[in-house]
Write a protein that binds this ligand. Structure first.
Ligand code: ADP
Ligand code: MG
Length: 243
């Protein structure tokens, strides 16, 4: 697309989901990153003992308003990412889950927890690796964020049964009340102070797009289990888990 492209064609391109996703990614990068820097420096300055009270209040406002703007930018990026066109390809569930467990290992250790893998599954499915990765990453992160201070455990399991692969992500975290469980599908439902509340909403949407099923079981004070069931396809998945 250039200035020479006919107007009608340019307008059509503006409506393309990939264009919208690109704009959001650019905003995330060009606005989100500088804001994060601003916030970081304000936090650094806050440690300076020589500031007057008035100046300290000003710094608090810089941080508070930066946080607000950062979270709006993050929401926008996430929603637009979901809007991207689906790219279907064969992928290995085992490879996908394994790479996510490795990615989050350090994070779970920081919370004194552990990720346990039990992958009884060599099946491939047909899907969008970036989206499925986003879904599972979000769910495992939710588990990590819910873990108790001691002996936190996250189990990531996969098994095959009658042409379906069942992925289960279970934790011994704080769990959810029946009321919260009911609100889970609602966009922007969150109990966290700096979160979007879009993770599970998008997970339901993305799993549905993959002709799959997502179920959440939770017991307050005991733990949570999220089960994703997806149809297995006969295909070669040698290409695909690195999205
Ligand atoms: P976010 O993580 O941004 O808050 P999500 O849609 O991922 O949004 O989750 C919504 C809410 O559901 C969380 O704020 C939390 O209260 C609850 N939740 C989700 N997963 C778990 C879990 N594994 N354990 C306890 N609570 C959970
Ligand atoms: Mg989440």
């Amino acid at each position: 697309i250039t200035e020479q492209t006919p107007l009608a064609e340019r307008l059509k391109a503006l409506n393309h989901p990939d264009f919208i996703a690109n704009v959001a990614a650019t905003i995330g990068h060009e606005v989100g990153n500088p804001l994060t820097t601003v916030r970081g420096y304000a936090q650094l300055l806050e440690r300076d003992q020589n500031f007057t009270n008035e100046q300290k209040v000003a710094l608090k406002w810089i941080m508070k308003e930066s946080d607000r703007a950062i979270s709006v930018v993050e929401d926008l990026v996430q929603v637009a990412r979901c809007n991207r066109l689906i790219t279907w390809q064969p992928l290995s569930i085992r490879g996908l889950l394994h790479s996510i467990a490795i990615l989050l290992e350090a994070q779970v250790e920081k919370c004194n927890g552990k990720i346990n893998l039990d992958l009884q599954c060599h099946a491939n499915i047909y899907g969008d690796p970036k989206r499925l990765r986003q879904v599972i990453l979000n769910i495992v992160l939710n588990s990590i964020e819910a873990l108790p201070e001691k002996d936190g455990q996250v189990w990531i399991k996969a098994r095959e049964d009658k042409g379906i692969v069942h992925i289960e992500i279970e934790d011994n975290g704080r769990g959810m009340s029946a009321q919260d469980l009911e609100k889970l599908k609602r966009p922007f439902f969150t109990t966290k102070s700096k979160a979007t509340g879009l993770g599970i909403t998008m997970a339901f949407q993305i799993i549905e797009e993959h002709q799959g099923c997502l179920e959440v079981f939770s017991n307050e004070g005991v733990g949570t289990m999220v089960r994703i069931s997806l149809p297995i396809v006969e295909c070669d998945a040698s290409v695909s888990t690195s999205a």
